[in-house]
Write a protein that binds this ligand. Structure first.
Ligand SMILES: Cc1cc2nc3c(=O)[nH]c(=O)nc-3n(C[C@H](O)[C@H](O)[C@H](O)COP(=O)(O)OP(=O)(O)OC[C@H]3O[C@@H](n4cnc5c(N)ncnc54)[C@H](O)[C@@H]3O)c2cc1C
Length: 418
């Protein structure tokens, strides 16, 4: 594969990483075709990475060690608690009855900071074409092509699909694979952490290194801080797993973008939070501006194979894992790493063996992650325990039960799966 031309469809986390990998493997021309014409960084929220997984990616040269991120050390699980029980509805500080404090060796990132970091490190040979929507792809063992809405077809030696969960490239690689709705949604929000000072108890009630997990019957909210876009700033970031709202149409895997929720839809979510959560956390959510609140249905997707002819898929195009496992970005970077490593191992002979090696290594790894995401989702949302009877010992057992046999919370170790 030394020399040759590569098109990468999608210029987000997976797209940037694959483009860099293809360039380092010696492709002569690497073009990233990204649908979005504007600034991707305006849309991102929080992503967490396990410290060990991040260190592996630093060692492998994908991200610099000084990538701006926020340190998390503990995960505090709380619930409203039984009326009249320890802590009552909100506990003395309104933060709920503690269930368990778990070590949490993770850092949080602003999606956009991570993405910018990857883009800055992309070799110069890579050409980004924002505002370019690919409508179809195809090819055979000898080559591949992309097509745009005006019918223009461009040939390449390889087309990489990094075009997310509604992937056009996946539709050509394995048309039978489609995301499956998990049966619940996540509402998400973020805002300047300085606004916490206005809440009763203020920002001090919630330690900076603590990821809070607030459990209620039928769901949970996960809240943590992330770095802001401006160096030195910090944002609050939350993910609220909740039942499907009556108004949501699920006629395709889609999200309601930040700023697009109506007053009624937002009020409905805030009232639900006020009924279910300890007062402090309901207030943290209610503080979120409309333009920073969005809704995503939760999906699962694992493909039976990732390559066909000279087409390849990676990142969310190949595997959509429920967010409980906090492995989305790591998994995308590991896909690109495996592709690059296989290319180096095979010494630039041809694309066929490289694609076969990538498929062999990443398809089972993706499936394991999806299975773990399902197991975590069942245990924490759709078949969650009665929180009112849980204590620290019961929580620790319950947690171990969710992980048994899986790839590990936060994703596979790079050496094992990659
Ligand atoms: C703007 C943005 C913000 C995000 N913010 C967060 C976040 O805050 N937290 C989080 O956990 N995850 C977030 N994600 C998702 C996260 O990036 C992924 O779950 C994970 O990192 C894997 O990324 P990916 O590159 O495989 O897929 P994605 O990040 O979904 O990227 C797919 C890319 O392909 C482009 N694309 C899709 N179809 C076409 C087409 N036909 N032609 C050309 N381009 C196409 C999309 O515009 C997008 O840029 C965000 C994604 C985007 C695009």
């Amino acid at each position: 594969m030394r020399g040759g031309s590569v098109a990468v469809v999608g210029g987000s986390i997976a797209g940037s990483a694959f483009a860099g990998a293809a360039a380092r493997l010696g492709a002569e021309r690497v073009v990233v075709l990204e649908r979005s014409p504007g600034r991707l960084e305006d849309r991102g929220l929080g992503i967490c990475t396990h410290n060990d997984r991040f260190a592996e990616l630093v060692d492998a040269g994908h991200v610099p060690p000084d990538t701006r991120r926020h340190r998390l050390t503990v995960r505090r699980w709380v619930t409203r608690g039984p009326a009249g029980g320890t802590g009552g509805a909100g506990g003395p500080d309104g933060r709920g009855r503690p269930l368990w404090v778990q070590p949490f060796p993770f850092h949080s990132h602003h999606w956009a900071v991570l993405w910018q970091t990857l883009r800055e490190r992309t070799p110069e040979v890579v050409e980004y074409r924002p505002g370019t929507t690919v409508t179809a792809v195809g090819g055979d063992r000898g080559g591949a092509w992309t097509e745009q809405a005006d019918g223009t077809r461009t040939p390449y030696d390889l087309v990489i699909g990094a075009d997310g969960y509604r992937s056009v490239v996946r539709a050509a690689v394995c048309p039978e694979a489609a995301p499956e709705y998990a049966g619940y949604v996540c509402w998400r929000g973020s805002y300047d952490a300085a606004l916490l000072d206005d809440l009763p108890g203020g920002a001090a009630a919630w330690p900076e290194e603590e990821c809070a997990t607030v459990c209620y019957p039928g769901g949970q909210v996960v809240l943590y801080r992330i770095p802001g876009l401006a160096p030195g700033s910090t944002l609050v970031n939350w993910v609220f797993y909740a039942p499907t709202p009556d108004w949501l149409r699920l006629d395709g895997p889609t999200a309601v973008a930040a700023g697009a929720l109506s007053d009624e839809q937002l009020d409905g979510m805030r009232e639900f939070a006020a009924r279910q959560l300890p007062p402090y956390w309901a207030a943290v959510i209610a503080r979120t501006p409309r333009e920073r609140t969005l809704l995503q249905p939760v999906y699962d997707l694992a493909v039976p194979y990732r390559t066909a002819g000279r087409l390849l898929i990676g990142g969310d195009a190949a595997t959509v894992v429920r967010p409980h496992n906090t492995s989305g970005a790591v998994k995308a970077l590991q896909d690109a790493h495996t592709f690059e490593l296989a290319g180096r191992r095979l010494g630039g002979r041809s694309w066929g063996p490289l694609l076969a090696a990538y498929d062999r290594e990443r398809t089972p790894a993706g499936r394991e992650l999806v299975d773990l995401g399902r197991s975590l989702g069942r245990a924490q949302v759709t078949a969650a325990p009665d929180w009112s009877v849980m204590d620290g010992a019961a929580m620790a057992d319950w947690w171990q039960g969710q992980l048994s046999g899986g790839p590990g919370f936060g994703g596979h170790a790079l050496g094992r799966a990659g």
